[in-house]
Design a protein around this ligand. Sequence first.
Ligand code: AMP
Length: 219
Amino acid sequence: MRIVLLGAPGSGKGTQSALLVKAYGVPQISTGDLLREERAKGTELGLRAKAAMDAGKLVDDATVLGMIRERLSRPDAVKGFILDGFPRNLVQAEALEKMLADMRTPLEAVVLLNLDLKTLFKRLTGRRICENCNQVFNIYTSPPGMLAEKCGGKPHRLIQRDDDKEEVIGKRLDVYEAQTKPLIDHYRAAGLLRVVDADADMNTVFKNIQKALETPAGG
Ligand code: AMP
């Protein structure tokens, strides 16, 4: 499986990637996670990315493309991958196509998680992450049982990502509209796009994705 999960921030790409990893045994490659790891380690790349991330803007293409090239060359990506949060603009999409053509492993599908702006905003402001195990929750939509679960025998330690604070969310959604949304037409023209309704609980959306992957492109 070699796919891109496309969608605005808050559309559920991370959650659905985790389900796809479990079901298909291919790695999730999230440029957002890779950048957050670099920041946590305090690397030069992490420091360079910080200003753009904190402002809700895109990190420069050269940095992101270097990171992706390295990640795709690791052995576990030979069996396939789920790209989450990459590509984010046309320059990145074209660079990805070239990289994959050189490796003779073209993309098989691009799944668009479709959700209206109002719902996106609510999901982003409600998103919380456990500091210990990185599991993602939502104070509005996660089932109560899920929030009460434990990690390592203790309650989850839920924190809000800095870029999920209300003042940054608007900027991230603007960047999606201006720079990432044009990828929908790009991948539709390439015959790769599958559109999935993402306004449902995570298991229903997952079933919709599986159905979309089994049907020919055109949606
Ligand atoms: P995410 O976790 O995918 O929402 O990404 C968090 C932040 O990381 C974004 O708001 C950007 O600042 C940066 N980022 C993640 N992926 C990319 C990408 N493909 N290109 C540029 N910046 C990115």
